[in-house]
Design a protein around this ligand. Structure first.
Ligand SMILES: *Cc1c(COP(=O)(O)O)cnc(C)c1O
Ligand SMILES: [Zn+2]
Length: 445
């Protein structure tokens, strides 16, 4: 890689405490997952250099033709916006580069003219987590960590395990001992992660254990509070804008679990505005499942704090989070951008997922909450049919085939058989019968 490619849009970068009353800064070379002074979350703060926006945009475009692995990554292509990490430490699976599809069936379903899906589920491990994981795992390698650790039963563990394997590091996944479907960690097993089911522990117990373990010098934590994951996830917005020729959509819709993605998109918007790459905010709308909606509830109360949900419930496991790590930044994002915070039911999620499927796209349940929310906002008159909307599909359809099968055969709890259900049909070995199915009940077209 030539020197020009190493250029940064930032003069300085440091870890900074998110607590306004504290705001201490620490060097990026310190391995910290919370502020040592006050215990709040850390984020990465930058000083801009003031490079010409057009020159930067042109360079990002040119890199699409390059054979350099960093340029081929949909994250590292935008490295001017990322923390400085030496290319020799970068662990990449060519993440990002995810397509944008114009919805037809789904747009009609929601009652809007222009609906785009950016399908983050088409990442190497099947979810948007790869955008952040490549940066956090590269930082782990730069710091000399040898063991990567997380508490997760889902997409975080799959992604961490893959990047650990690529980077030649050991991966440890901790999961609660009981009532966990081990099937959810199948990817982590395949990528060679040591998977420990902790007997008698619930998710909070397991999270406490990984935080304690991460104090060891050779261990690095990859749960949601890792600030480097947020940095990589900023590339979701930058890549989207690059794909749209820097036309800022009016509305961006994202599902919210731990709200890391919401925080990352907001941080990216703020930084791109500061750098002069965009002039206005897209509205950021955050969607939660009704049974796991502490943010929606706080907004409805007009409160400055969330009340955690003790027993979050939803089939959309990726957003089944009762106490989201990044709630403060999500509230700021809603405030600054004028987006909505929406709760959708199990039935609305399931129907929306099937509608997305009818466009030949397909996603996991949490992702479909976005379309359910667009439909709802349209019905409530909060969204004009002509607004340009981008919904982020966060995970791949095949992450949860059991859910999809149950929906189509009318066996999903809390969800009545929907009009888009499409169960398999048992037929006799008779040609005429089968021919009728070819032509919607008739014997020919
Ligand atoms: C992790 C995840 C989410 C939730 O994202 P947060 O950043 O935790 O809000 C949503 N959908 C999928 C598929 C995920 O893997
Ligand atoms: Zn602090």
């Amino acid at each position: 890689m030539d020197e020009a490619n190493m250029r940064s849009l930032w003069r300085e970068a440091a870890l900074e405490c998110l607590n306004e009353a504290c705001r201490r800064q620490y060097p990026l070379t310190e391995k910290l997952f919370a502020c040592p002074n006050c215990g709040d979350l850390l984020s990465i703060a930058y000083e801009p250099t003031g490079e010409e926006p057009d020159a930067v945009r042109a360079r990002w475009r040119e890199r699409r033709l390059s054979d350099d692995p960093l340029d081929q990554s949909g994250v590292w292509r935008f490295r001017e916006c990322l923390p400085p990490i030496a290319p020799s430490h970068v662990v990449t699976l060519r993440e990002g580069n995810t397509p944008i599809y114009r919805a037809r069936f789904a747009a009609q379903y929601a009652g809007v003219h222009d609906l785009l899906f950016k399908h983050l589920g088409l990442n190497p491990t099947g979810s948007f987590k790869d955008y952040g994981m490549t940066v956090a795992v590269s930082q782990a390698r730069a710091l000399g960590a040898r063991i990567l650790i997380c508490a997760s039963t889902g997409n975080t563990s799959a992604s961490m395990a893959a990047y650990a394997a690529r980077g030649g590091m050991r991966a440890i996944v901790l999961i609660p001992g009981e009532d966990v479907a081990v099937g959810k960690v199948a990817q982590a097993l395949e990528y060679g992660a040591v998977t420990l089911q902790v007997r008698g522990a619930n998710f909070d117990d397991v999270l406490r254990l990984v935080r304690e373990l991460s104090a060891r010098p050779d261990v690095y934590l990859l749960n949601s509070l890792n600030p480097f994951r947020i940095e990589g996830q900023k590339a979701i917005l930058i890549e989207l804008l690059d794909q749209l020729g820097w036309e800022v959509p009016e509305h961006l819709v994202v599902p919210g679990g731990n709200l890391g993605n919401s925080a990352a998109l907001f941080k990216a918007m703020a930084e791109l505005r500061q750098l002069g790459l965009i002039a206005r905010w897209p509205k950021l709308t955050i969607v939660q499942a009704q049974g796991a909606s502490p943010l929606v509830e706080a907004v409805a109360r007009g409160a400055k704090r969330i009340r955690p949900v003790a027993q979050p419930r939803t089939h959309a496991t990726a957003i089944r989070i009762g106490h989201p790590v990044n709630w403060k930044r999500a509230l700021q994002a809603l405030d600054a951008t004028g987006g909505f915070c929406v709760a959708v039911s199990e039935e609305e999620i399931a129907e929306a997922k099937a509608a997305i499927g009818r466009d030949g796209i397909g996603c996991e349940p949490a992702s479909a909450a976005t379309l359910a929310a667009v439909k709802k906002l349209r019905q409530e008159g909060k969204l004009a049919p002509s607004e340009t909307i981008v919904a982020l599909l966060t995970g791949h359809l095949l992450k949860d085939p059991d859910y999809t099968l149950r929906y189509h055969s009318g066996q999903l709890d809390d969800v009545p058989t929907g009009r888009l259900a499409n169960p398999p049909i048992l037929v006799e070995p008779c040609l005429d019968t089968i021919v009728r199915y070819l032509y919607n009940g008739k014997l020919s077209a």
